[in-house]
Write a new protein. Structure first.
Length: 115
C-alpha cells in the first residue's frame, strides 16, 4: 500500500507543530512518553489500524521533544536492522533452518559488531 502525498512522518511533525501553536502540544518529554504509554494501552485493547496510527503519532511527538527527525531515526533503525540481517545471512546462509537459539546468537553477534 503506497501512501498518497507527503510522507506520514513529515505530516505528523507538521500537524504536531501546528497543534503546539494552538496549545495542543505535549509540555515535555515525560508527557510525550506518558502519551505513548496511554496509546499503547489503547492499542492492546483494540489492535486496529486506527489505534496503531495513534501509537505512531505519539512516538513522533517523542521524537519532536528529543529534537530528532523521526524520518531519519526510522531510516537509521531500518539500516541497522538490514545490516544485522546481512550479517546473519553471511554467517549462516541457512539461518531459516537454524534453531531459534542459533538465530538469537547470530543476531546478538550482529548487534555487537555495530560497536
Amino acid at each position: 500500500m503506497e501512501p498518497a502525498g507527503p510522507a506520514a512522518l513529515s505530516r505528523a511533525v507538521s500537524a504536531q507543530d501546528r497543534g503546539e501553536g494552538l496549545g495542543f502540544g505535549m509540555p515535555d518529554l515525560a508527557a510525550a512518553l506518558a502519551d505513548v504509554d496511554d496509546e499503547l494501552a489503547e492499542f492492546r485493547d483494540d489492535p486496529s489500524p486506527s489505534e496503531l496510527g495513534d501509537v505512531l503519532f505519539a512516538v513522533v511527538q517523542v521524537a519532536r521533544k528529543l529534537r530528532v527527525d523521526p524520518e531519519v531515526a526510522l531510516q537509521e533503525a531500518v539500516n541497522r536492522f538490514t545490516a544485522r540481517l546481512d550479517h546473519v545471512e553471511r554467517a549462516c546462509p541457512g539461518a531459516i533452518d537454524a534453531s531459534p537459539e542459533r538465530r538469537l546468537e547470530l543476531w546478538r553477534a550482529a548487534k555487537a559488531q555495530e560497536g
